[in-house]
Design a protein around this ligand. Structure first.
Ligand code: SF4
Length: 437
């Protein structure tokens, strides 16, 4: 029987200096304290008030580092990227961790033995993967974020009560794969109970797909076309003529919250149209499971775009990071030139920026990206999986491109007055300091 571990190993003091040296940024810490904005040499750079590592990501990374420290002589596998950030995953590769899936894959499930340790990443792993590891008898370190587990609990309940889970998410995203596996009602052997029947799920990526489903709920439609359209996002044996009569809406925790809410509303409206108000209460359920970190970062981005619109927005984070991509979408929707980059090296010059447009699979280089204004305002934010040092690098690079003396710029940041913090802001700062103790 495999051991299953969901906590830290009590090695925070040992790993904290390494984490700090690898991911922290004194400049970013200062910016949080000094009001998030620096104007120097005619350029103003403003950080969103919420950005970067969330609590779930910090926990997952710390657990991975503690695991390495705890088992220095064992092989350590990770079922997929620990979080969606290239820099972080490469650090784990260098620490000898073996990835079982994704772009860093360098090992296979078949090779796992009872002598090995397997880490489940922040967005969890599917029931099937956990069962497979369990059979091997390996020691499991589960770093799944609590916000993800709360979605699992919802879809598991939907299965138990004969509701089909309609999951707003990306069918190929690790978290959605893990959530869908719970929507079938299976137990994962550690945290769940098998509901004893085959739960159903349907994954919709966006409002357009949700509208198609709503139309089918109201009027029916071409069953084969439906199954073809959602061939990657339905449970085995899914039948739209049978499985859309009772729906529980769920979501990948990092989707655009406004879209998840709109999808919940559209599904409810479709049921009201088909079954009437009273019956809809019995047939539709929903739960707000966008995680608070995603919500906070989206709110801060919204505030930034509303108050004093930046001439250009830079969004920093892994290209496969869902929550980072949604932040970039928000900028573009508001008509602000927005570039999703993964680190400071993407700012090639004042003329050229390397970035990945929304929906693209490859990077492109765009020319003439620097704002034309004589005294530009550039906004920065970063997804929940972006380390502070990568954010600090971008900040510095912007001033460097503008010809600033960086020592003088840093001195000007140090000299900024420290505004009085509210109790809420103090709590947030304390929470952010997890990597510094
Ligand atoms: S983004 Fe949300 S769900 Fe993902 S690790 Fe962070 S807190 Fe957890």
């Amino acid at each position: 029987m495999a051991d299953y571990h969901r906590k830290y190993f009590g090695l925070k003091k040992e790993v904290a200096p390494v984490l700090e040296g690898t991911y922290a940024s004194r400049l970013v810490d200062l910016l949080r304290l000094k009001g998030y904005e620096v104007a120097f040499g005619g350029l103003t750079v403003k950080l969103a008030k919420e950005f970067g590592f969330c609590v779930g990501v910090e926990r997952s990374i710390q657990m991975a580092y503690e695991t390495r420290r705890m088992f220095p002589h064992k092989r350590i596998f990770i079922t997929a990227e620990i979080i969606h950030n290239a820099y972080v995953n490469k650090q784990l590769v260098e620490m000898g961790c073996i990835f079982l899936n994704g772009q860093y894959k360098n090992g296979n499930f078949e090779n796992i033995t009872a002598d090995d340790v397997v880490i489940l990443p922040a967005f969890g792993a599917s029931v099937e993967e956990i069962e497979e590891i369990k059979k091997k008898g390996a020691f499991i370190v589960d770093s799944t974020c609590g916000a993800v587990v709360s979605v699992w609990n919802n879809v598991h309940r939907y299965a138990k009560d004969d509701f089909t889970s309609l999951i707003h998410g990306k069918y190929s995203h690790e978290e959605t794969i893990a959530t869908a596996s719970r929507a079938t009602g299976k137990a994962d052997g550690y945290t769940g109970i098998d509901v004893g029947k085959q739960g159903k799920y349907l994954i919709v990526r966006d409002m357009d797909e949700a509208k198609y489903v709503c139309e089918y709920i109201i009027r029916g439609g071409d069953r084969d076309e439906f199954l073809k359209k959602f061939k990657h996002g339905t449970s085995v044996g899914f039948d739209p003529d049978r499985d859309l009569e009772r729906i529980g809406v769920a979501n990948q925790t990092t989707m655009l919250s406004s879209e998840t809410l709109a999808i919940q509303g559209a599904v409810r409206a479709a049921f009201v149209q088909k079954y009437g108000e009273a019956e809809t209460q019995q047939r539709v359920r929903s739960a707000d499971t966008i995680c608070s970190a995603t919500q906070d970062r989206q709110d801060a981005m919204g505030e930034m775009l509303q108050r004093r619109r930046p001439d250009v927005m830079i969004v920093i984070g892994g290209y496969n990071s869902s929550n980072t991509g949604h932040l970039a979408e928000m900028g573009i929707e508001k008509g602000v030139p927005t570039y999703h980059i993964d680190d400071g090296t993407c700012l090639m010059s004042k003329n050229e920026i390397r970035h990945q447009p929304i929906g693209a699979k490859e990077n492109v280089v765009t020319e003439n990206w620097w704002p034309r204004s004589a005294e530009p305002l550039i906004g920065i934010t970063a997804g929940a999986s972006t380390p502070n040092n990568k954010i600090g690098d971008v900040f510095v690079r912007l001033f460097e491109l503008n010809g600033a003396d960086l020592d003088e710029m840093m001195a000007s940041v140090e000299a900024l007055p420290t505004p009085e913090l509210t109790e809420e802001e103090k709590r947030k700062l304390e929470r952010m300091k997890i990597l510094h103790h």
